[in-house]
Design a protein around this ligand. Sequence first.
Ligand SMILES: CC(C)(COP(=O)(O)OP(=O)(O)OC[C@H]1O[C@@H](n2cnc3c(N)ncnc32)[C@H](O)[C@@H]1OP(=O)(O)O)[C@@H](O)C(=O)NCCC(=O)NCCS
Length: 173
Amino acid sequence: MIKLEPLTGHHERKAFDCSVEPLNIWLKQTALQHQTKGISRTFVAIPADGQIVDLYRSLGYDDISAVSILGFYALASAFVLIDDLPSDIAKRYPRQVPVTRLGRLAIRADLQGQGLGRLLLADAVNRAKSAAQAVGSAGLFVDAKDETSSSFYQSFGFRICDDQPLKLYLPMW
Ligand SMILES: CC(C)(COP(=O)(O)OP(=O)(O)OC[C@H]1O[C@@H](n2cnc3c(N)ncnc32)[C@H](O)[C@@H]1OP(=O)(O)O)[C@@H](O)C(=O)NCCC(=O)NCCS
């Protein structure tokens, strides 16, 4: 149904709406600049081919085209202090730990609840793990924007830091 590829200027960023304005604005104004400078890498979900575009249109998504962004996520390198990790996991590490930060994950508001978020998160974990074969990274770290998104990540095995429920961590090794 979808394919995931690195964000480029060809993708239709302006129309994207996940109902969380800071995430919409970040995609429209910042993602491509950060991509160009190597600060973060954004991956977008777009329809897999013309047939899928036709399928979406037949279902009433009239604005969807071959370059429409259905969802996206961004990865970057980061260091976290062990104070920001669950204490039982922190015991395994030195004081500063190299991690991969999942900075943003969002699905078009009218496509939420159809399994796309799960797909994008799985792709982010796989991509982070392959990158960590070449450049050390102990796990995936997320700053969730609120309790609801924190519970989304927890349902996929991310652990919250003891007294900071919006900081989440998934060890990769
Ligand atoms: C959070 C978000 C990425 C989830 O994507 P989605 O496509 O709606 O999620 P999926 O349909 O793949 O759902 C996957 C599972 O997560 C659960 N889930 C979805 N949203 C959830 C939420 N907000 N809290 C808890 N669980 C959630 C679903 O129930 C589903 O579980 P199930 O398969 O056992 O039923 C999406 O709702 C979104 O873009 N929200 C706005 C932006 C945002 O809040 N991003 C969070 C990161 S900062």
